[in-house]
Design a protein around this ligand. Structure first.
Ligand code: M6R
Length: 370
C-alpha cells in the first residue's frame, strides 16, 4: 500500500534509503570484503573475461551507463552499454570471454530477454541484476545479483534505479577484488562511502524536498527542459529527462555537457530551463571547472539555470538561478544522490499539472513484447 503517501511513486522515492541499504546488506564478510554468494560463475571465468556488455532498456540502461564509468575505472575491463533491442539485432561481437550484465527491474522485459538468449547462444556468460525474484531474466541467466528494492508499483522507475546502480557498483568492486585491483585504497574508501548513502538520501528527502517542490510548481507551464551532465552526471541527466517525459509529458533531453557546443547549444533561448548536474570539486580532471563553464555558456544565452551541486560548492552560485545542494560523496557514487531531486522534480511537476504519476499515459510497467 501507499503507506500514507499520495502516490506509489512518492512512497517509492521515500523507500530509497531502505532500498539502497537492503541492496548492500549481507554482501560483505566479517573483514568488510565483498562476498557475493549468488555469483555462480566460476572465478576463473570471471578472471578471464575481456569485455563486459550491459544490456537493458530505459532507466535500467542508464544504470548501466553509470556502471560503465565505475567498472572501467576499478577493473580496467572495457564496458559497453547497449539498449537490448539494438544489441539483439545487429550481430554483436560476443563470445566466451564476454560477460553480459542484463539489468531489469521486472525481469520480464522481452527486449532484454531476447538479448540474454542471443548472448548465451554465442557462448557468453550472463549475470542478471534484477529486482523480481524468480522472474524470466534471472532464470535464464548464469548468475543473478538481486536488488532488494521491494516491489516497485509506479510505472516510472525510482528505487529500482538506485538499487540497480548499487548492484552495479557491487559487481564492479567484486570483479576488481577478484582480479587483484590496483586501487585498493580507493576501493576501501568507496565501500565505506556506500554505507553512508542511505542516510544522505534521507537528508535530501527531509531537507531538500520543499525546495524542489517549489521549483516544480514554478515551472508547471514549461514547454521544454534540457538536462546536462558530464561523466556519471551524463546518465543522471538522461534519467532526469526520461522521468520528466514519462510523468509530465514535457519535452526533455539529457545531454553530455561537453556536447553542447557541437549542436545542442543552438536550442538555448531566453528563459530555456536547463538543469545541470555538477560533479564534485574534489573529483578528477577538472571536470568541475568544465561544467561551470558549460553553465556560463548557457546562462550567457539567456537560460534559466538550475544547478544540482555538492554541499559547500560556492563556485556554482554565481551562474545559477537556483542551486539544489546534495551531500558530499565520492565522484562515482554521486548518481545515488543527484538523481533524487530530479525524480522529485518530475513527480511534483506532473502532480502540479494534475497528472497521474503512478500510471502515465501510454506506458506499461513492464514491456513484455518486443
Ligand atoms: O523492468 P525493466 O527494468 O526491464 O524495465 C526497463 C524499462 O522499461 C523501464 O526502466 C522504463 O524505462 C521505466 N518506465 C522508466 O521509468
Amino acid at each position: 500500500e501507499k503507506g500514507g503517501f499520495s502516490s506509489f511513486m512518492d512512497k517509492e522515492i521515500h523507500d530509497q534509503p531502505q532500498a539502497v541499504g537492503d541492496t548492500l546488506l549481507g554482501r560483505f564478510d566479517t573483514e568488510g570484503k565483498l562476498s557475493l554468494d549468488e555469483m555462480h560463475i566460476d572465478e576463473n571465468v570471471l578472471k578471464s573475461i575481456d569485455k563486459i556488455v550491459v544490456v537493458a532498456c530505459g532507466t535500467a540502461a542508464y544504470a548501466g551507463q553509470v556502471a560503465k564509468y565505475a567498472i572501467e575505472h576499478w577493473c580496467r575491463i572495457p564496458v559497453e552499454v547497449e539498449l537490448a533491442h539494438e544489441f539483439r539485432y545487429r550481430d554483436p561481437v560476443v563470445n566466451e570471454k564476454t560477460l553480459i550484465v542484463a539489468i531489469s527491474q521486472s525481469g520480464e522485459t522481452m527486449d532484454t530477454i531476447m538479448a540474454v538468449r542471443h548472448a548465451r547462444q554465442q557462448g557468453a556468460k550472463v549475470i542478471a541484476i534484477c529486482n523480481t525474484f524468480g522472474s524470466t531474466i534471472p532464470r535464464e541467466s548464469d548468475a543473478v545479483l538481486y536488488t532488494h528494492a521491494g516491489p516497485e508499483i509506479a510505472v516510472a522507475s525510482t528505487k529500482a534505479f538506485l538499487s540497480q546502480v548499487v548492484a552495479c557498483y557491487l559487481l564492479g568492486l567484486y570483479l576488481a577484488q577478484l582480479r587483484g585491483n590496483k586501487f585498493r585504497d580507493e576501493i576501501a574508501l568507496i565501500l565505506k562511502d556506500l554505507q553512508t548513502i542511505p542516510e544522505k538520501i534521507q537528508r535530501i528527502l527531509d531537507e531538500g524536498k520543499d525546495q524542489v517542490l517549489g521549483l516544480a510548481r514554478r515551472n508547471e507551464d514549461v514547454g521544454s527542459v534540457l538536462f546536462l551532465g558530464r561523466h556519471v552526471g551524463y546518465p543522471v541527466a538522461m534519467e532526469g529527462a526520461l522521468k520528466l517525459k514519462e510523468l509530465a509529458y514535457i519535452h526533455a533531453e539529457g545531454f553530455a555537457a561537453g556536447e553542447l557546443k557541437h549542436g545542442p547549444i543552438a536550442l538555448i533561448d531566453d528563459g530555456q530551463l536547463v538543469i545541470i548536474v555538477v560533479p564534485s570539486k574534489r573529483g578528477r580532471d577538472s571536470l568541475h571547472a568544465k561544467v561551470i563553464s558549460n553553465i556560463q555558456e548557457v546562462r550567457a544565452r539567456g537560460a534559466n539555470t538550475v544547478v544540482i551541486a555538492e554541499e559547500g560548492d560556492e563556485d556554482v552560485r554565481e551562474f545559477a538561478s537556483e542551486v539544489i545542494y546534495v551531500p558530499e560523496t565520492s565522484t562515482l557514487l554521486a548518481p545515488l544522490l543527484t538523481t533524487v531531486p530530479l525524480q522529485i522534480f518530475a513527480m511534483e511537476l506532473a502532480t502540479a499539472k494534475g497528472l497521474d504519476v503512478d500510471q502515465p499515459r501510454n506506458l506499461a510497467k513492464s514491456v513484455t513484447v518486443e
